[in-house]
Write a protein that binds this ligand. Structure first.
Ligand SMILES: [Zn+2]
Ligand SMILES: [Zn+2]
Length: 267
């Protein structure tokens, strides 16, 4: 019997093999989504970016065409069974403002996955979101994301709390900085994503006890209090992750915080 699901009807954050750190082809994810009874599936593989020297974790520019063809084929082939969206997860670099409207000419949407900030002191002028350690870094991350959201190019923000990866204590400075990001999301009417891939990495023993590194409870408590829009994504990098135990845990996480999750985005 196929594994059926009663919780998730749409997933807007899905990867495939062309990003070089995921498995499976577009059709594999789409067929799985049909099996799960989804109304829609958004393919959102990592966009190529010349700046990101570590090309092993991004799509190669020369593969973008293949990705588009694969998405278009799936959109057509499965159109009577499921709505397939063609999208990209992408960084916001203000110096490349022009590429976003270009992409949006043929993509259904862009998901903001900010994994880097500009940092003059780092190699290649980029600092990873996994290596933000000062308030300055965090301010810079938030300013980038808030500016990105205000452009209107992005459908939602992937794992906004990834910026807290290295932050041990959720103190008043972290609260202030988090609120700035959340307020930006409210002002630009952009949903924030609770990311199941963070949950997939498991609970970690920290100075504050056992917790996910992300999603970060205190961040999402603020989201709840301030009233920003929220979605849950599976951020699948394998077909089996499209709807798995960790997605269910993401819904439980939201439910425990009394967060109302938007199941369907309007296009
Ligand atoms: Zn990825
Ligand atoms: Zn992703």
């Amino acid at each position: 019997m196929p594994f059926t699901n009663q919780i998730m009807n749409n997933n807007y954050h899905t990867h495939m093999y062309l990003c070089r750190h995921a498995d499976g082809d577009v059709k594999d994810y789409v067929e799985k989504a049909i099996e799960l009874g989804f109304k829609s599936i958004g393919m959102s593989d990592h966009a190529p970016f010349a700046e990101l020297k570590d090309r092993s974790v991004r799509m190669h520019l020369s593969d973008l065409k293949i990705y588009i063809i694969k998405c278009d084929n799936a959109i057509e082939k499965y159109k009577n069974k499921i709505k397939v969206y063609k999208a990209l997860e992408i960084e916001y670099f203000p110096q490349h403002k022009k590429i976003y409207p270009e992409y949006l000419k043929y993509m259904d949407y862009l998901a903001l996955g900010q994994h880097y900030i500009f940092d003059a002191e780092s190699k290649n002028n980029l600092r990873s979101a996994y290596a933000l350690s000062t308030l300055e870094h965090l301010e810079s991350y938030v300013d980038t994301v808030v500016e990105a959201m205000s452009t209107g190019y992005f459908k939602f923000v992937c794992h906004p709390d990834l910026m807290l990866y290295n932050i041990k204590h959720f103190n008043c400075d972290i609260t202030r900085i988090s609120k700035k990001l959340i307020q930006g999301a409210i002002d630009s009417n952009v949903p924030l994503e609770i990311n199941s891939n963070g949950i997939r990495k498991g609970l970690k023993e920290t100075e504050d006890g056992l917790r996910y590194i992300y999603p970060r409870k205190e961040f999402w408590q603020l989201v709840k209090k301030m009233g920003a829009r929220v979605i849950i994504s599976s951020d699948a990098h394998q077909v089996d992750q499209l709807f798995d135990e960790d997605v269910i845990k993401a819904y439980q996480f939201a439910n425990d915080l009394d967060i109302v999750v938007e199941e369907e985005l309007m296009f």
